[in-house]
Design a binder for this molecule. Sequence first.
Ligand code: AMP
Length: 494
Amino acid sequence: MEKIEKIIQIAKKRGFVFPNSEIYGGLSGTYDFGPIGFLLKKKIIDFWREFFIKSEDNIFEIESSLIMPEKVFEASSHLKGFIDPITKCKKCKNVFRADHLIEDSTKMFVEGMSPEELTRIIRERNIRCPKCGGELEDVKVFNLMFQMNVGALGDTKGYLRPETAQGIFVNFKNVLVSTRAKLPFGIAQIGKSFRNEISPRQWLIRLREFTQAEIEFFINPEEKTFEKLKDYENVKIRILSREAQKESKKEEEMTVREALEKGIIPSEYMAYFIAKEQLFYESLGVPKEAIRFRHMLPEETPHYSKGNVDMEILFDFGWKEVVGNAYRSDYDLKKHAEYSKTDLSYVVDDGRKIIPHVVEPSFGIERTIYAILLYSFIEDKERGWDWFKFAPKIAPISVAVFPLLNKEEMINKSLEIYKSLRKEFDAIFDKSGSIGKRYARSDEIGIPLAITIDHQTLEDNTVTIRDRDTTKQERVKIEKLIDRLKDLLKLENY
Ligand code: AMP
């Protein structure tokens, strides 16, 4: 069985991820998080907030509505531009992404081409339905936003937001006034986004409902240097340049400062976030060689952007974007100012009004979870079971408590310890089956430490702590247990 199939199986069996409404046959492109997956996701988000928001003094977090009025997406160009080209098989009626079909069968790069051009290529190259070989219809465009009719009369058009960013732009002025923030400053948002993807696939990779963590970092475009970059400019990253992509070459390692100087990263502010992204994913267990930054080609870059750089991770199926970095300039604020007829300018020190530029890192949380599951998964023949080597700060459960035997005295003592630990850690208590089985189950959900209460505990108030990674055990006094666990978990060490 492929590694990822094993992971998906364990994820279901042990309560990480379930298909949505599975008892009714599911709904493709949507998943639910079970008790363990929920905690994993929460801890990843907590760590993200710690690393990208709480460590900064000028990034403000908000939570905006999921449903937004049509005007927002008229202004942001999503109504016109958030589209995919599709084609339908005349025979079996299956619908496909036309650009993907062409790219798969001809290896041509067709990003940005019009429906007419795509139809012409399909006809010239005689591309047929991949399912039944039938003839394909002319290419049409399909808007990926979920539209809804709001209110009893249903006459107000609304949309489920396709990105969290627009909720930030429409609140720019509210946040500015309420916080009295000074440029440069950021507004962040973590929450659900919705896209009616034509062919959801690859488990948590292409979903119709997913979680984004986005920061819109507003800057004065005249101020090109960002002091804070000094602490990060020597972070090494792997860059896939435009030339390398054209000539099918590999990525090369350089510092973020070098990538800036080569003009691959368009701004010091973006360089700062890129360096932090590298450190964030490394500290979550994704190896250096599996992280690269791809300079997006001119034909993939929106006209208003001063440069986009995707952070990609090497998955079992190949490289895939996990964080999008975009220099969106003043495009969004200008458009919203125009459509809403609201002044969205910022007054700089000399009294002039400017429209700030914005640099945006946009993280996909489910893709991050996929990467973490993939790179934490240890196929362990020696141990006899497979397990997850989660970094302790994101391990769903930190500590397991086991009575060695099913004896009343041992169980009572274990419950007493378990209760005291629950105040400090996410902990579980398990008394069923042999101790070996319990270690296996706790490894399978990546619990870093397991405590066993045995005969000796009842005599001298000591317990054993088993380390998930080494399986080594040490004995500690119960009164020292919490401190020792904190020490071993190093939860505060970001
Ligand atoms: P984008 O706005 O398309 O650059 O998306 C920003 C980030 O959101 C991507 O880097 C992904 O991590 C995530 N993302 C976008 N679309 C999806 C999707 N359909 N399913 C899961 N994650 C997604």
